[in-house]
Design a protein around this ligand. Structure first.
Ligand code: SAH
Length: 226
């Protein structure tokens, strides 16, 4: 373990249990989601100077003007993807905007088939390192512009977009299986807040339903790679 983290209880089970208790208080109910979040040590994903804040329920800076997602929002998005009249699983999943891999680690605890793309190469390198540290070797990471999805691995049962867009990218909708679900923060470019929106492809494959949920704050989905 990293020396500066030792002794301040950062990795202690109790610190993480408190975070899970807070998520419960905020209304997260799916035990699978709570267990997955509880099993991912968030402090390894943040810079050392911020490690003492890793279990606060806030987004934290990653560098490159990007942020590591807030645990509540990660939990909420995954819970909405899993929610419904019949019990669902994530199935084959694509994450757009892996950042340094925190949400990918949580998703990796919930599905064996996970692909994640990130447009900023140095962040992707960090995601690779962190997921390897957690032995989540089944997560497949790719340096790419997620606006185009991941045609070589499509279709997906689940697509989760960790960056805000004015509309759901058509390529992503087309890469969903029938009854497949996509969640993303929808908002006009420049608006600070967005609406978490869930799209579900109809069973006959033709058309989508759209349901809107909470107000959230995400960095924008940007075109191209760097
Ligand atoms: N999932 C991350 C959140 C990272 S913030 C976590 O768990 O903490 C959102 C990420 O989306 C940023 O790293 C940003 O670089 C990335 N991103 C933005 N537009 C993208 C695009 N078109 N394709 C792939 N990644 C994109």
């Amino acid at each position: 373990m990293n020396g500066s983290l030792r002794g301040i209880g950062m990795t202690s089970r109790r610190t993480r249990e408190r975070m899970i208790e807070r998520l419960r208080e905020q209304g997260i109910r799916d035990e699978r989601v709570l267990a997955a979040i509880g099993s991912v040590p968030r402090h390894i994903f943040v810079e050392e100077a911020l490690a003492s804040r890793a279990y606060e329920d806030t987004a934290l800076p990653l560098g490159f003007q990007q942020t590591i997602s807030q645990p509540y929002v990660v939990a909420r998005m995954i819970e909405l993807l899993l929610d419904g009249p019949t019990s669902r699983t994530l199935g084959k999943t694509l994450e757009i905007g892996a950042g340094c891999g925190y949400q990918a680690a949580v998703l990796g605890m919930l599905t064996r088939e996970l692909f994640a793309v990130e447009r900023i190469e140095p962040l992707l390198a960090r995601a690779r390192k962190h997921l390897a540290e957690l032995r989540l070797t089944h997560v497949r990471l790719k340096h790419a512009d997620g606006n185009w999805g991941l045609p070589e691995a499509a279709p997906f049962d689940t697509i989760i977009v960790a960056a805000a867009a004015a509309r759901a990218p058509q390529a992503l909708l087309e890469q969903l299986t029938p009854t497949g679900r996509l969640i993303l923060p929808l908002g006009n470019s420049g608006s600070a807040e967005q609406i978490l929106s869930l799209f579900e492809r109809r069973a006959d494959g033709k058309g989508f339903s759209e349901t809107r949920f909470d107000t959230v704050r995400f960095v924008p989905l940007v075109a191209g790679v760097e």
